[in-house]
Ligand binder design. Structure first.
Ligand code: KG4
Ligand code: ZN
Length: 336
């Protein structure tokens, strides 16, 4: 079985994993920079690059140690090529190329979004394409029809803010720290989702695209009006009502696509797939429609090396290998 060393540095997690095949994780070391960026209310790209450089060698060594292997046991090197922060990506790619060159082993550049999808193969050992997939992360909101382990049809995407970005911006307006998604998720459990009527944006009737910036503005306006009138803001109700507006649209469009494509599964991926409100609503609606709903464990929802290793493996066995000219692609798109 192929042993893959995979590196992920696209944003604020320095991560390295070792996999056997595409689904078995021998180690998955994740060093988060969240504490450092929290001070600034979001990720500072320059700081992220510097921290990746400081950490990467240690994280790679830890991943090898925990997997109980040495460099010579590696058959394949996988690395996030994009999308992401250019300086941050460069650290991972440079390290991966160095290792591949020194060991004379193949290297595969991985699309970060594909990595998020592949996190599901690690958790759900029997999962096979085709399926409908909702990818919701800090930077992307995609509705995808997954055709094979390496082929994706991008059916819908956000026209403005990503779902995670909307969570983070609303959280900030509520005075919560970065990243706000998990905090809103927690507060929402204590609040009333029907307390405040925020808009649900479905766009054109047959559209699979999303738009969250209007909702974000509606929340900001609501908070400003309350402050101006000196009225009490029940933060739990704002969190619950906002979250419900986001997840209802995500769920309804996912269900509609699955039905249209006759998919019997909806798979969720990305940081926002950790949201319990989203998980529960998707499960409930899935049950009603006879569609199975799957998502990764929380640690595999947010950025990690293991998901990159899985995606790298599935490309490798199809003969999709990069070479040492591999370069970062900060705006890399999902390919069909
Ligand atoms: O996938 P990810 O780790 O990074 C990107 O590729 O962007 O996603 C991070 C995003 C952040 O916006 C964070 O607030 C959001 O995922 N997030 C959540 C939850 N956990 C993480 N959003 C809502 N509810 C959560 N439980
Ligand atoms: Zn991500």
């Amino acid at each position: 079985m192929t042993i893959t060393l995979a590196i992920e540095t696209s944003c604020d997690e320095t991560s390295c994993a070792v996999l056997r095949g595409g689904r078995e994780v021998l180690s998955n070391i994740i060093s988060s920079q969240i504490e450092i960026h929290r001070e600034y209310g979001g990720v500072v790209p320059e700081v992220a690059s510097r921290k990746h450089i400081e950490n990467i060698n240690m994280i790679i060594q830890q991943a090898l140690d925990e997997a109980n292997i040495g460099f010579n046991d590696i058959d394949l090197v996988g690395v996030t090529q994009g999308p992401g922060l250019v300086g941050a990506l460069l650290v991972g790619i440079s390290s991966a190329k160095g290792i591949a060159y020194a060991l004379d082993k193949p290297i595969v550049g991985v699309n970060h979004i594909e990595g998020h999808v592949c996190a599901n193969y690690i958790v759900h050992k029997d999962l096979e394409p085709p399926f409908t997939c909702l990818v919701v992360s800090g930077g992307h909101t995609y509705l995808v029809q997954v055709k094979s382990y390496t082929e994706y049809e991008l059916v819908g995407r956000t026209r403005d803010d990503a779902a995670g970005e909307a969570f983070d911006k609303v959280a900030r307006a509520l005075g919560l720290s970065y990243p706000g998604g998990p905090l809103i998720d927690k507060l929402a459990k204590e609040g009333d989702k029907d307390a405040i009527e925020f808009p649900r944006v479905y766009l054109e009737q047959d559209s699979y695209d999303f738009s969250f910036s209007g909702l974000k503005t509606a929340v900001l306006n609501y908070l400003n009006q309350k402050k101006q009138k000196d009225e009490k803001i029940i933060i739990e109700d704002v969190a619950a009502s906002f979250q419900h507006s986001v997840i209802e649209v995500l769920v309804e469009k996912s269900i509609r696509l699955a039905k249209e494509r006759k998919s019997d599964k909806i798979v969720m991926a990305g940081g926002v797939a950790a949201n319990e409100g989203l998980r529960n609503l998707m499960m409930d609606r899935g049950k009603e429609e006879g569609i199975k709903v799957l998502y990764p464990s929380k640690i595999l929802c947010t950025d990690n090396g293991a998901m990159i290793g899985s995606a790298a493996y599935f490309h490798y066995i199809k003969g999709h290998v990069s070479d040492l000219h591999l370069n970062v692609e900060p705006n890399l798109e999902l390919k069909g």
